[in-house]
Design a protein around this ligand. Sequence first.
Ligand code: GCV
Length: 731
Amino acid sequence: MLRAGIFGMQQDGAPEESEGKKCAWKGHKARMQMRLDKREEYVMSEWKQLWLQYHPVADQGFGAYAGTVVLDGFVNTPVINSLKEEAARGLKGMLGTEPVFADQAEGACIRIRRVDAVASAKAEEELSENQKTESYRILVTPEEIRIEAAGEKGALYGTFALLRAIGTGKALQEAETETVPSNPLRMLNHWDNMTNDIERGYSGDSFFFKDGTVIVDERTKDYARLVSSVGINAVVINNVNVKGDATDLITDRYFDKLAAMSEIFAAYGVSLYLSLNFASPIEIGGLDNCDPLNEEVIAWWKGKIAEVFGRIPNFGGFLVKADSEGRPGPFTYGRTQADGANMLADLVKPYGGTIIWRCFVYNCTQDWRDYKTDRARSGYDNFKAMDGDYHDNVILQIKNGPMDFQIREPIHPLMGGLRKTNQMLEVQIAQEYTGHQIDVCYLMPMFKEVLEYHTYCTNHPEENDRQKEGAGDQVKDIVSGRTFGNQKSGMAGMAAVANTGNDANWTGNDLAAANLYGFGRLSFDTELSSEEIAREWAQLTFDTDKEAIDVIVRILMGSRATYEKYTSPLGIGWMVTPGFHYGCSVDGYEYSRWGTYHRADHLGIGVDRSSHGTGYAQQYYPENAEQYEDPARCPENLLLFFHHIPYTWKLSSGQSLIQYIYDSHFEGYEEAEGMAKAFEGLKGRIPEDSFENISGRFRLQLDNAREWRDQVNSYFYRKSGIPDEKGRPIY
Ligand code: GCV
């Protein structure tokens, strides 16, 4: 397990990386221009309220109750004050009523009532403290609309749910619900740097940091409102690559500002977390090492952690990227990942803190000539052997796939592979590999596939297992903590790499806000469908007719499949401009050190990850491994991830592989054109600024899709010499 010290290395695509800098593709330039334009727009205008703009709606009967809001069993606290403010704002905006807040009502009212529990006693036994106090019930009677909750956060979420019901035009009875959050932790991970920029940010600069300072202003509060409204309860504000000033976030330089930010977040039920530099004892502690077993190092961390928790109220804990892409970590000292995580976990434990430790540990100095080393294997290889060695306030955070947020990857084999260690899922709504928030790519359909994947872990109990009787084996069961009993401690959940920035619309492309909204909603309730979420978001965002909403929902729902068609085929991934990760470059990473190869030659393409190849397929439980192992049984959308396949291979559709590549790329472009055209029909039906923003992005998307189509098709035609059966232009 011991690795050479890798402190000096840069991570893929860091701004200083030269290959990224050299990139001069025209989409890149157009995008940069767009960012500049957006900056002006930001300076000149207020940021948008997105799905919290509360535009007027036709009253479905809610107005009759909205004159009085009774707080029954809840006293004024910061959270309850947020609730009141939001209820007043929402009811006024949507129904034109200015509610009175009172202890009792004369006539019909909205009553927010504290109850002992929302879920049944049996269900409660399994839940974390968070989930118990965040649950809510809405009941509608002739006298009142009652929001019941056992805690103030539940009351706040219930209020947001009622406002959502009103905003989406639900009938009174349809507002009724009993909702227990599916996941204890529902987090956003921001990759914001203190140098203003955001790693993989496509929506302007950071709104948390400016020129080495922490910003706390009105936007901080609007951010908290937005994320809380969809159920996010924890936020990491700084990049996992912690450098420069960000290392000092745990020093006196920043405590006051962070405390102020944390209080604003807390008023919306959100806990503040920070990403940590594992080398802090050296960089700010004056020590000569950061060995997690060294007494001096431990003593230094002990003091530091006492200071952080002492100075920042409601502080949640730390997210750590160690031994990955140049970040320091325990491997440098011959220690394990568990040694590093446990040392910190023991120190934060007295304060109720949590250590979230990322599993994105791999060798990023691979030799492309080496066919045996496989980046996909690394998560499992680095973490499975120590399953059970992590302390109970450590959560291992696992990316949804074994590579890096590609448009299609298999599910990470650590999901369910880890049975005795707390784990949570990491997805990316920042569209690093899915179109940079230029191309529309609504990601909930992908996240649903991830959550619904059967790992078959429950068929293979192990000794000293924590497996719960009757537990499910899907990713949603595992990451929520239901399968392996870590739900109750709250050490489970979902995180997304955030897609926000200081652009007026927060997410660059107005449509990309559907991913921010969607991640929150889905992590709160993993049973919601992608389409329900898309529709809710569109209705709350755009004050328009049903037909226009249908067009937006159709665009969103088809967008991931379309993006997949015109980019890299059948799970092979990458083929992107190195460093920058937007735009096609089929061989861009083929001879690099990053371990991301497609291995195309004149006969075929794909990576053999069966037991004849890298053996990666064997990291799954047998039910899945057997399928992945065999090209005839492998799910076709992952065929090239697992196998090197001849171009003449017949797919189940009867198409050859090469013909599939041509057809899907032509289709993908046509679909992108279709989406852009459908969107043009919304002119005058959605606000002008949104219309301009989205149609501008569609123009760039079409350029991008055309480049992908023609470069991929020409590349494979030139490699294989096999013409397109339909004789379409290939260059
Ligand atoms: C924050 C990929 C990205 C990096 C990112 C890294 C990670 O490699 O390109 O920008 O670093 O993932 O998830 O840590």
